[in-house]
Each structure stands twice: as structure tokens, then as C-alpha cells.
Ligand binder design. Structure first.
Ligand SMILES: *Cc1c(COP(=O)(O)O)cnc(C)c1O
Length: 385
């Protein structure tokens, strides 16, 4: 299918995914039903969550719903990391509010810091989105969560990179009011498109999110099919953010592979660190595996020294069959945000977005592939040619 020797990502699929998908099709119930209910229950158990999970069509949908459920609207401000996927800013704009970016903590810890966070809070701050970048828990998330509870700021965790990550055994996705997970193809749990909301100990909020998932309706197609209801009320206008049974069934299989998959990602990341740690590349989150934090090792980011021409390096690696990527371009480079965000307010993120390179990482990678990537990267970047 491709000429890559090492792709950025490969699916961790076998016969099981095919089997459960075709079994759903054969059984003939395609919209939300038993598979989705089981997926939600099993995900709640995986997170050891004292609360509940709600499966949706994507992480972006989850983020949007979270903002609506948190009452965020016109004239509100929402704090977001300056280093993240653009979805976090987009959803804020979609509800009519203003995204207020926060700089990364340091070139060693790329997540946001409590200190930088607090500086961006104003009387208009209604909500905040914290990201666990590359699968590494935001080390200040507990402090940020405590502050948000005190200030009545609705805290949303974007856990797209970090299913299974934890701090002192407490799972990412359980620190804020709501956690938003992604099951996009290249995430730790691959379904194609899909997402999950986690809600800790707040059944009222969970019920609201369940309604927001489906037009703001109070009953589901399944309820009516089972004769539990004939009609429905709509208490708030909303969109269709439902998942379907095929994807929930695949998600359940992928969930059984999460723990071992994350362990494999960890081994691969440690190997990369061993092979690249003594070079002029800067490896962020270097000491995380020896701390109280457990990463989900979603991607392997490196920071290139300033003398390296990134586009040229990526092209030369491509020539050698190695696919690389960038996580992420700065918001300020996008047309939609160009005049909204001043890059000079974010010195750390500014450095990262101009020099970050993401290396291939996925559970089924071989040791040989990691060595191949590391050797070629060193040869191309530091050969002095
Ligand atoms: C992938 C991703 C999203 C969006 O997830 P979708 O399921 O594709 O909507 C949001 N935030 C981050 C940090 C991501 O990596």
C-alpha cells in the first residue's frame, strides 16, 4: 500500500476487529445499542472512574459538547494550551467564546504550567482545556484542577493522547469535570472515528451530555424500539454526535489491547531515548518514566537543534523510507487565527513549534525499525554534510 520502510503509525489490528464488525452488521442493529453500552461500561472500568463514560462520534464532538454542558457561550474566555491540536481552539470559537492560549512549562515539559495558567485567568474565564501532550500527564493538572474548583472554572481534559496515562495511579480524564478521548485511526485506541466523554461523580452532568449527544432529546431510538418510550422532549437544541455499533464493537476490542499496546510504546520510547539521548536532539519528558507519572506514550517528539533545517531533514528521511510529522504547527500560522494570537506571548511553544519532529511510534513496531529510524536520523542530521 505504501513505499514507507517505517510509517509514522500502523494499526494494531487482527481478525478480532473484522469479526466483531461483521457480527454487528449481521445482527442488524447499527445505531447505539448493546455494544455502545458495553463499551461505555468497560471504558469506565478501565479508567477506574467513579462516574460514567459516554461514547460519541469524535473527540472534537466531545470537546464541543463539554463546552456546551459547561455553559460556555458568547463573551466567555476559555483557556487552552498554545501547543495543541487546533480542535481545542476551534470548539471554543464554535460556541462563540474566545480561546486564550497558555504557554508550555519548559523545553523539558511541554505541557502547560500552573503558573502560566493562573496568569491567563480573567473574570471572563468560564472554562479551561488541559492537554496531556504526547501521552505525558500534565504535571500540574491536580493543582490546576483545585484552582478551577475554587474559581468555578469548568475544567475539561483533552485526553486524546493519553488513555491509560496516570498520576500516582489516578487516571488522566478523571481530574477535571469532563475528559474527552479520541479513537481516530492513529490514536492509542484506533476505531477510525470515535470518541468518549468521561464524567466523574456528576450524574446530572452525565445526563445532560447524553442528551446533548443526540439533538438534546430525552429518549433514544433504542428506548422507543424497546417500547420504553413513545416520544421525547428536547430540552436544549443540539447536534447529532452519536457513535454507532460497528465502531463501539471495534472500540471494545481495541480497549482490550490498550494496556499491552501502551507498554510496547513505552519500551519503544525507552529504546529511542537510549539511541538518541546522547545526541544534540532534545528529548522532552525524558525523566517521566522514573516519576509518579505514567505516560501513554502516544507519540515520540524530539526537538531539533536550531542549525537543522526541518523541511530538508523530513525530505531526506522520506527518501530513506521514514515518515515523520509535526505536532503541532502554531495557531498563529493558521489563517483563521493569524490576527487573533500573538506568538511572542508564547516563547516556549514558539520554539517547540518551529523545531519539533515526531518520529514513528506504534505498538507493533520492531526493534529493528526503531534502530533504523534512529541511525538514519543521526546520519542525516549530524553527518556534517
Ligand atoms: C486527535 C486529537 C483531537 C481530535 O480528535 P478527533 O477524534 O479526531 O476529533 C483533539 N485533541 C488532540 C490533542 C488530538 O490529538
Amino acid at each position: 500500500m505504501s513505499s514507507w520502510k517505517v510509517q509514522l503509525f500502523e494499526l494494531n489490528y487482527d481478525d478480532q476487529e473484522t469479526k466483531v464488525a461483521s457480527s454487528v452488521v449481521r445482527d442488524g442493529w447499527l445505531t447505539m445499542g448493546r455494544e455502545t453500552e458495553e463499551f461505555e461500561t468497560e471504558f469506565t472500568e478501565t479508567l477506574a472512574l467513579d462516574g460514567e463514560c459516554i461514547a460519541v462520534s469524535s473527540c472534537t464532538a466531545a470537546l464541543h459538547m463539554a463546552l456546551v454542558a459547561g455553559g460556555v457561550s458568547v463573551n466567555d474566555e476559555v483557556i487552552v494550551p498554545s501547543l495543541t491540536f487546533v480542535a481545542d481552539a476551534n470548539v471554543v470559537v464554535m460556541v462563540g467564546a474566545k480561546p486564550v492560549p497558555v504557554d508550555s512549562k519548559s523545553l523539558d515539559d511541554w505541557n502547560i504550567s500552573y503558573e502560566n495558567f493562573v496568569k491567563k485567568v480573567t473574570p471572563k474565564t468560564k472554562a479551561a482545556i488541559v492537554v496531556h501532550y504526547a501521552g505525558y500527564p500534565c504535571s500540574d493538572v491536580e493543582q490546576i484542577a483545585a484552582y478551577c474548583r475554587q474559581k468555578d472554572i469548568f475544567l475539561i481534559e483533552d485526553v486524546a493522547h493519553a488513555p491509560g496515562a496516570s498520576i500516582n495511579g489516578k487516571m488522566c480524564g478523571s481530574f477535571g469535570a469532563v475528559g474527552c478521548f479520541s479513537f481516530f485511526s492513529n490514536k492509542n485506541l484506533s476505531v477510525g472515528e470515535g470518541g468518549m466523554l468521561s464524567v466523574s461523580k456528576n450524574s446530572e452532568l452525565a445526563a445532560k451530555l447524553r442528551a446533548l449527544r443526540s439533538h438534546g432529546m430525552t429518549t433514544s431510538t433504542m428506548d422507543r424500539h424497546k417500547g420504553r418510550a413513545n416520544t421525547y422532549d428536547v430540552f436544549v437544541p443540539s447536534l447529532n454526535y452519536r457513535i454507532d455499533e460497528i465502531r463501539s464493537a471495534i472500540g471494545r476490542v481495541q480497549l482490550t489491547k490498550l494496556s499491552l499496546g501502551n507498554e510496547k510504546r513505552k519500551q519503544h520510547s525507552l529504546k529511542y531515548k537510549k539511541l538518541l539521548g546522547t545526541t544534540e536532539l532534545k528529548l522532552p519528558f525524558f525523566d517521566i518514566s522514573s516519576s509518579s507519572m505514567t505516560s501513554a506514550y502516544h507519540i515520540f517528539p524530539v526537538l531539533l537543534p536550531s542549525f537543522i533545517d526541518r523541511p530538508k531533514l523530513m525530505a531526506e528521511l522520506r527518501e530513506r523510507g521514514i515518515q515523520t510529522s509535526i505536532h503541532y504547527p502554531g495557531f498563529w500560522d493558521f489563517t483563521a487565527y493569524k490576527n487573533e494570537i500573538n506568538r511572542d506571548e508564547y516563547p516556549i511553544t514558539k520554539t517547540i513549534v518551529s523545531a519539533e519532529l515526531t518520529l514513528p511510534l506504534f505498538p507493533t513496531m520492531t526493534e529493528g525499525q526503531i534502530e533504523f529510524v534512529a541511525e538514519n536520523l543521526k546520519a542525516v542530521a549530524f553527518s556534517g554534510s
